[in-house]
Design a protein around this ligand. Sequence first.
Ligand SMILES: [Zn+2]
Ligand SMILES: [Zn+2]
Length: 187
Amino acid sequence: MTTRLHCSCASRSPLTNVALEEGLPAAACPDCGAVLLQMDDWRRWRSRSADGATSADATGVADMPADQGHARACPACARLMQRLAVDAQGAFRVDRCGPCQYLWLDRGEWQALVHRGLAEQLDTLLSDGGQRRIQNERLQATRMLALRQRHGDACMDEVLRIRQWLAEQPHRDEVLALIRATEPLNS
Ligand SMILES: [Zn+2]
Ligand SMILES: [Zn+2]
């Protein structure tokens, strides 16, 4: 990776070569700690690393990186990078330049990915399918939150329990009809 790229932070510092993990080179800003990762380097590292090359450490990094909230320009081609969600909670997003295959991580974001066991799934996570799945999870979570606010936790927990029970019934439609029926069932 070239070291002639400059960070987009106020310092405009030239990026310097670092190793994110053993066998995973990247370029980092000495001023703000942001890291530029070439996806090909990541893929090489991923294909070489056996399972557990990075271990999610439950007692490790607790601090979540603060999301910068705005898109960055790619340091190589100056195009605006895509902001990609990393999880359904939307805790933070990473920036990617598709044409250059660069990934931009703010300080602490690589460690946070490792911490969550996501560092080795970047390609899946950032693929169109992965982003759609994250988006769907976010929509579902938002919808469930609204339902819980409207009906209360106890009610929604019961709804979820009954739905699961219904799904297991061999004559589900008949059972549903019995539940909805207005005429009394017991004599
Ligand atoms: Zn910087
Ligand atoms: Zn670019």
